[in-house]
Design a binder for this molecule. Sequence first.
Ligand code: KG4
Ligand code: ZN
Length: 338
Amino acid sequence: SENIYILGIESSCDDTAASVMLNGKILSNVVASQKIHEEFGGVVPELASRAHQQNIVPVVHQALVKAGITKDQLQAVAFTRGPGLMGSLLVGTSFAKSLAYGLDIPLIDVNHMQGHILAHFIDEDGFNKPPFPFLAMTISGGHTQIVKVNNYFDMEVIGETIDDAVGEAYDKSGKILGLGYPAGPEIDKRAQLGNPKAFKFTKPKVTGLKFSFSGLKTAILYFIQKEVKANPNFIEENLNDICASIQYTIIGILIDKLKLASKETGIKHIAIGGGVSANSGIRKALKDGEQKFGWTTYVPKFEFTTDNAAMIAIVGYLKYLEHDFSETNITASARLKI
Ligand code: KG4
Ligand code: ZN
């Protein structure tokens, strides 16, 4: 049987990533994260695009070296077409097009959101692949959605956020509390040391499978402002409890929506992906869901949760098997839908 080497390239936001996959197994998974955005408390699109331009060649080179192959052994180049920041997407798109054209091999465009979901199909010891149909919840700094996955390329978005993403809720709460960016990991760490019921934040009133996090951020801001007025040391004295209470509220929202999605679709296989799936609270809540609701849950290996190119390579591989290749005039698409 043939050995299929696929190069995956990801540049949709602030991580420049490249990965080489052989028949569904990862040989290398290289990510250059852009530290430059930390001082701005969020991703600055123009700076992201420039950093991708600097990083893309060395990152791809490293991915090939780590995989122990040369570019001439590649059978196809897969790249993130969208959604994402246009200036960032253009770097990966034009690089991938040039490389595939230069090597005279197929080019494969990949939807970043499908990548987060299909990352569950990377061959990894100790990780089970979800059976179809399953529900996938993608939770990150840029996305919050629940998708009904009928097959690799037959997916329906059944719920998503109408404003902020869940990672943004973490990061913006962190900013209010004076924490660094991104604040998600620190809030998570402190949450485990605090009392989740110390402070109560009301959940947003959005119906069905829609999510909303901007009201929660405002509620937290007003609460903190009021408390700090009465006690200037309020944050320092209660930081772990505040973090635990914020986390409790956010995880409650995510689980409520998953319960509803599971009830509406009758599907009990539930997968998560995206940077926030590193969160200890969501992991524990999913495990509890196995006992309480009879769910089977799937959490990918950490390196495949945050933005990475292995998830692009696996989609590339699955499309390669179907001979689903890009036209030569393919372009980046910032608002690409699933
Ligand atoms: O997937 P990702 O690396 O990048 C995109 O946004 O696409 O996700 C980053 C987001 C940030 O908002 C970060 O605060 C959040 O994931 N995050 C976490 C945790 N680790 C990362 N949020 C909560 N708990 C965590 N342990
Ligand atoms: Zn992402």
